[in-house]
Design a protein around this ligand. Sequence first.
Ligand SMILES: *Cc1c(COP(=O)(O)O)cnc(C)c1O
Length: 390
Amino acid sequence: MDIKSLDHQYVANTYNRFPVEIVSGKGSVVVDRDGKEYIDLGTGIAVNAFGVADEAWQQAVIAQMGKFQHTSNLYYSEPCAVLAKMLCERTGMKKVFFSNSGAEANECAIKVARKYAAGKKGKDCCYILTLEHSFHGRTLTTLAATGQEEFHRDFRPLTPGFLHAKVNDLADVEAKLDAYPVAGILIEIVQGEGGVIPLEESFVKGIAALCQERDILLMCDEVQIGNGRSGMLYGYMNFGVKPDVVSTAKGLCAGLPLGATLLGEKVEYTLGYGDHGSTFGGNPICCAGAISTLSRMDEALLQGVRERSKKIVDTLTGKKGVKAVTGMGLLLGIDPVRPAGDVISECMERGVLVLSAHGKVRLLPALNIPMDLLEKALDVLVDVLGKDVS
Ligand SMILES: *Cc1c(COP(=O)(O)O)cnc(C)c1O
């Protein structure tokens, strides 16, 4: 059976896939249909926090599968409650709403901001401010939040009430807050999909101060940078700010779909019975996987993330064919002299999987990728990035 032609014939045409079919793997090594091995520096877009087929993670998931796989949110279940407690204790947030994806986690954040502001300042105070180059999801509302015109083009009208300010330009943020009644500001500490653009600490602190002064919700989209990837449990922790809402997904359950919206003190009780819901949200198997994942994200693991990050940055910075290395922790972007697409294909041929992000080569390795594998992959990257570059 030719899986590639089957896929082309029957799967919706939304993904321009690389010519590789993954069939198995272990940790940071994945194997394709022909038995070729790849060092995976993409982890299914920051999802497989501990790589593939990780044993502790598998055990946690399988143990829950043996009990029950789903109950609906009409009943209590232990994995959901225990995971919510862990998330709150690790962040100082007060409550968690569970969903299934990053877009849904952001939808919840946006609903919370609108209801909070409507209650305090009136229903006209409905605007959500995000940043240019941001990415917040593919539903019509999170598309509206996404500050990239190319994603909007064919899908208008989008949900109204969204504004986009310039990255690292606090004066532009302030001008928009003066001009519109804003309920919440939603930011990624490092803009992942938009090109691995890190926000400056002073900018994030400035936004936090403006939010505080004006009783606007500070909301961090931690879908990609969250869950250990920044070298801290959540990206905002690197800057010492305290968001009112945190949305996350991707790496949270390290491979199964789980979204979470963490609610701080101000908005702990904003949503009431019937205000929001999700049939699959808080699924016990996903929550069991996330409990296992989160309990391994201790100081030693985070220290390891920072060491691996330093290794990558030190190895690639200033190398032939590398204009710049941006990002934080293990969400890193390489601005290549060669077209990113060529770098990605040649790395793939040579057994290393890397991703792109707006003209950059994006690296999202597993948080525990063995140093020797990482070094091997970096040797290939250095070679490919510098090839034919004068
Ligand atoms: C991937 C991503 C999303 C969307 O997540 P889905 O699970 O695909 O809905 C939202 N925000 C950020 C920052 C992301 O990286």
